[in-house]
Write a protein that binds this ligand. Structure first.
Ligand code: PHE
Length: 448
């Protein structure tokens, strides 16, 4: 073995079976579950929207998840070259592959800024100084208007790099095996706290008792887009992780387990947030500021609010951190394959560049509003470009590749004949149309 390494042959990086599922769940459970899911559910009337989200997870999310994993495992290549390696000839599949690396790189730039916010809030909340205030909107504005977000962004990036540099099994898998159960414990503790608050029942029924009159066609597209984002689809992540999966692992059950994991974490996050805000008389439809402004208000008056507020923001920080880890791995795998870089060189170069690119995004929300245009900050533009345009486009590419171009999709996915027919039908006829609708809606062309 020593000679083998000495010859410069790298040991292939692989997940263990359980480690793979945990790591995919760790990628899926992120700010999407704990920050975005509750507020869009709040805006679209609660439980009916939640049901819609589950349907979208099953019908669109899982088939695409399976497609990405199967493509990744069969190609054993980075997200950029998996299509060409499996027979997608010509320049267009090459470009389609490069998009699977460019998109996650751009997301990394702004996501790490938000990871930094969660760390800052975890410290503020644990010290009790967050809960001591009254003007929570002001605190948030003042924070993102200063230099501190850049400091936290740097710290977060170093932490993410430190995990990824240790490799697939020695870093990503090892940390997720600790962090996923930690998140579960934190979620359960916080859930017990919130459902036992006085008046919590109203929040629980808002979240779990469906009122279909609140649903609009727009809700359906928002639910679909979110199911897609929440499973980390279209970001090259599952293509990349797929390449590290053992040949004998069954992908169908793995996809189900990942979907279930993502859903359970979203469900519990809802059971924390809605009872809490209803109990303190806060409106559920406050939008993106829900977690950073409305919740601190609740923690400031809740008994033991310093402890529970602290735990909540630690939970949010872990969720964000483990997702960021998965997205950094995508360009890292690409750089290793394409340029023959060592993991260390790839991680620190990409982390460094992405940190630098993230700085203008971070300050565009505060000190430098002039960095925006057409009424949106630079941060919001990159978020819009990636989440609303590039992700649905990537999803379309994956479904078209697996549904129409890739002849070995059946064997690669390892489904029974009946499930394979259903899967292929979804990939060919249903998902492309739905993804196109999502794209037209999120890009602002289709107004509902
Ligand atoms: N599913 C992740 C989330 O909910 C999506 C994501 C992964 C976003 C990695 C960014 C980075 O947050």
């Amino acid at each position: 073995l020593g000679v083998y390494y000495a010859m410069g042959v790298q040991k292939e990086e692989r997940f263990s079976k359980g480690g793979f599922i945990l790591s995919a769940i760790a990628s899926a459970v992120g700010l999407g579950n704990i920050w975005k899911f509750p507020y869009i559910t709040g805006e679209h009337g609660g439980a009916a929207f939640f049901l819609l989200f589950i349907i979208c997870l099953l019908l669109v999310g899982l088939p695409l998840l399976l497609a990405e994993l199967a493509i990744g495992r069969s190609s054993r290549a980075s997200a950029a070259s998996s299509f060409t390696k499996l027979g997608g000839g010509g320049r267009s599949w090459r470009i389609a592959g490069l998009l699977q690396v460019l998109t996650p790189f751009l997301i990394l730039c702004f996501y790490v800024v938000v990871v930094g916010w969660t760390f800052h809030y975890a410290v503020l909340a644990f010290s009790g100084s967050l809960q001591a205030g009254t003007d929570f909107g002001g605190v948030f504005k003042q924070f993102i208007g200063g230099y501190m977000p850049i400091v936290w962004q740097a710290i977060s990036m170093m932490l993410i790099g430190w995990i990824v540099v240790k490799g697939v099994s020695g870093g990503i898998e090892r940390f997720n095996k600790i962090l996923i159960p930690t998140m579960a414990v934190l979620l359960l503790l916080l859930m017990i706290r919130s459902v036992t608050l006085p008046g919590a029942g109203e929040g629980i029924s808002f979240f779990l008792k469906p009122d279909f009159s609140q649903l609009t066609p727009e809700s359906a597209l928002v639910a679909l887009g979110h199911a897609f984002f929440s499973l980390s689809l279209g970001m090259g992540i599952l293509l990349t992780y797929g390449a590290y999966v053992d040949r004998r692992q069954s992908l169908g059950p793995a996809a189900l387990a990942i979907g279930a994991g993502d859903l359970i974490y979203a469900l519990i996050a809802g059971l924390i947030i809605f009872p809490t805000i209803f109990s303190f008389g806060i409106a559920p439809n406050e939008g993106p500021s829900l977690v950073f402004i409305a919740l601190p208000a609740a923690f400031s008056v809740m008994p033991l609010g310093t402890l529970f507020g602290g735990l909540f923001f630690v939970l949010l920080a872990i969720a964000a951190l483990t997702s960021a880890v998965s997205i950094l791995e995508v360009p890292v795998a690409f750089a290793k394959e394409q340029w023959g870089w060592s993991r260390t060189k790839a991680v620190w170069t990409i982390a460094g560049i992405s940190f630098l690119c993230g700085i203008p995004l971070a300050v565009s929300l505060g000190m430098r509003p002039d960095l925006g245009f057409l009424g949106k900050s630079l941060f919001d533009w990159i978020d819009f470009l990636t989440s609303n345009i590039l992700l649905p486009v990537s999803g379309l590419i994956v479904t078209i590749f697996a549904g129409y171009y890739w002849k070995q999709a059946g064997e690669a996915a390892g489904l029974s004949a009946r499930w394979f027919r259903i899967w292929l039908f979804m990939l060919r006829y249903i998902i492309p149309i739905l993804m196109l609708l999502v794209l037209l809606h999120t890009s602002g062309i289709l107004k509902l």
